[in-house]
Ligand binder design. Structure first.
Ligand SMILES: [Zn+2]
Length: 82
């Protein structure tokens, strides 16, 4: 089994949450998330956004919209949103 890095993990967080990965990829990412605070925070953020969207929206937003929401939230979390 191959070790994956943070870049690879963050790239796949979205697919991970939507069950769009192979079993091998799921295993790799699960293992990485368990050992990496940075990627786990990323995963938590994406997962929070997803559940909020499911609460409030009937339609699934586009990936572009999700990326916009995510970077906005990251700015807010870093205290850069003014
Ligand atoms: Zn990582």
């Amino acid at each position: 089994m191959s070790e994956i890095d943070c870049q690879e993990t963050k790239k796949h967080v979205h697919e991970y949450l939507h069950n769009e990965l192979s079993e091998q990829e799921l295993d790799d990412i699960t293992a990485h998330l368990a050992n990496c605070d940075s990627c786990e925070a990323d995963y938590d953020l994406e997962s929070t956004i997803n559940s909020k969207i499911e609460e409030h929206c009937q339609e699934v937003p586009s990936a572009e919209l999700l990326d916009g929401i995510k970077s906005r939230l990251q700015q807010i979390l870093r205290g850069e949103a003014h």
